[in-house]
Design a protein. Structure first.
Length: 241
């Protein structure tokens, strides 16, 4: 084995290397410019991507807020619509409440005549028909009912009876195997109950609350005197409270 060679310090490093460069300075400048341009383009593209993602996020957030606002506005409009419907129904009932007593007072026999005409038309072969009216209408009812029977060709026996317990404008018509009543108070109570259920449902009351309110209103209505003060509108106001 040969001995290692000794470093004799005979190499002059300060003189530089005699190795030739692989590219010229001009080519180096071009390559450097190209690298800078490519880096700039990559940076710009990355920035554009980040900006697009941020813009999409903001648009999605804005759309979500708009959808929430529209939903809230829709619910508010539905609530307003329900309130207006309930108020319109209550106003209609109040108007009917004012008009019905006045019309009955002005034409107390009109509805009785309409009901009697329909009955006589369907009961031509009945042996007899009994009509019960308020005693204040007895005389006029007797005369007008005779005219109605003759107009319809009814040949059976007509019996007109007066009963103070029957309200003015109401009547009870009876025949051998049936009968029919015109009871304004009962009809008004039934209408009030139906309207109260509708109003309660539109106002978002649960079934128990609606039934309780209707029961209380009907009970008060039944105990109240028959007249303009005890009407369907008062029942609606009680339910609405």
């Amino acid at each position: 084995m040969s001995a290692p060679a000794k470093f004799l310090f005979d190499v002059d490093f300060a003189a530089g290397s005699t190795r030739e460069p692989t590219i010229t300075l001009a080519e180096h400048a071009v390559k450097l410019a190209e690298a800078e341009t490519a880096a700039h383009r990559r940076g710009y593209a990355d920035a554009q991507t980040d900006a697009g993602v941020e813009a999409d996020r903001r648009v999605a957030g804005a759309l979500e807020r708009i959808a929430t606002s529209l939903g809230e506005a829709g619910n508010a409009l539905k609530a307003i619509e329900a309130r207006l419907e309930c108020e319109a129904v209550e106003v209609a009932v109040a108007v009917a409440r004012k008009l019905a007593p006045a019309l009955i007072e002005r034409e107390p026999f009109a509805e009785i005549a309409a009901l009697a005409s329909g009955c006589f038309r369907e009961l031509m072969s009945a042996p007899h028909i009994v009509v019960r009216v308020n005693d204040a209408l007895y005389a006029a009812a007797r005369e007008k009912l005779d005219d109605i029977t003759r107009a319809h060709g009814f040949e059976g026996r007509l019996v007109v009876l007066s009963e103070p317990g029957i309200a003015v404008g109401d009547c009870r018509i009876e025949w051998a195997d049936g009968g029919v009543n015109r009871d304004n108070a009962a009809a008004e109570a039934a209408i009030a109950e139906a309207v109260a259920r509708y109003v309660g449902a539109r106002r978002g009351l649960d079934h128990a609350a609606v039934d309780a309110a209707i029961g209380e209103a009907v009970a008060r209505y039944a105990d109240a005197p028959r007249g303009p003060a005890a009407t369907a509108h008062e029942m609606l106001r009680e339910v609405g409270q």
